[in-house]
Write a protein that binds this ligand. Structure first.
Ligand SMILES: [Zn+2]
Ligand SMILES: [Zn+2]
Length: 140
């Protein structure tokens, strides 16, 4: 990926189209989280998150619903179709994580590692060779 491509505005949204967002900036980190909170909130085995500065992220259409999934953690999602969109921790005000799979262009996604692997569902078998950490910043 060229530097020029990294500066392009990325767009994404929920399944039903009620919420649309744009991201203008370079992702700082891309992580697969296997914690139970991400699993429950998405109904999926794990969630891939892309981390940005909050100033890089803006909702351009609609109003996401919000849910405090654990103390200090707020998740935004579409109140109509349920697509999970963001994760924010009150103790990390300079960070917002966006669900990679709500992006329009999945070629922009390049996961770097797996976190909370001690909570991984038993039938997930990772073969991507990425680092696997037993714990992580997400979900607690
Ligand atoms: Zn929706
Ligand atoms: Zn998680």
């Amino acid at each position: 990926m060229t530097e020029q491509n990294q500066r392009q505005i990325m767009s994404g949204g929920c399944l039903c189209g009620s919420i649309r967002y744009e991201i203008d900036g370079h992702p700082r980190r891309t992580t697969n989280c296997h914690c139970q909170y991400c699993r429950r909130s998405s109904g999926a085995a794990f969630v891939t998150w892309i981390e940005f500065h909050p100033s890089n992220f803006r909702v351009v259409y609609g109003t996401p619903s919000r849910y405090e999934s654990s103390p200090c953690v707020t998740r935004q999602f579409c109140g109509t179709c349920g697509t999970q969109l963001t994760y924010q921790h009150a103790k990390e005000p300079d960070t917002i994580d966006v669900t990679a799979c709500s992006l329009d262009n999945l070629d922009a996604v390049s996961p770097e590692d797996h976190v909370w692997c001690d909570r991984m569902v038993p039938w997930v078998k990772l073969t991507d060779g990425l680092p696997q950490y037993k714990v992580g910043k997400y979900g607690e």
